[in-house]
Design a protein around this ligand. Sequence first.
Ligand code: FES
Length: 156
Amino acid sequence: MTLDTKSFAEVVNTILAKYENDAAMLVGILQDIQSELNYLPRECLVMVSEGLDIPLSRVYSVSTFFKAFSLKPRGRHSLHVCMGTACHVRGAEKVLDKLQTELCLCAGETSPDMKFTLETVNCVGACALGPVVVVDGEYAGQVTTDKVKSILEGCK
Ligand code: FES
């Protein structure tokens, strides 16, 4: 999805109005923008700063503090491969390699068609299910290289 600055303004203004331009609701405002656009464009952070009458540095510091926020465009589907110890010893590296090969992406990248973002994470608290891949927030457990294609097909 590509939105121009005018569309960014529409998104931000609608969300600011919803929160009555209340600076105390900064996190909720950023969450809504992230949810709408899949990331926090720089232009939107400037609009939030102006709309709430708070320093841009404060908006940036909140935007970079929470891992749920991204300042870079993200794909419509997020794939987080757990590389924690339990998943690693059960083959997470091979799963990651297979995903990277299938998607032609390195971990940390988003596909040019904006469909997938591939990332690695440390333990997601489901070690008994390892190797774990979190697909759009849903846990897939005991993932093998053979299961990678079906995971990707499930994202269509
Ligand atoms: S190490 Fe992967 S869920 Fe704990």
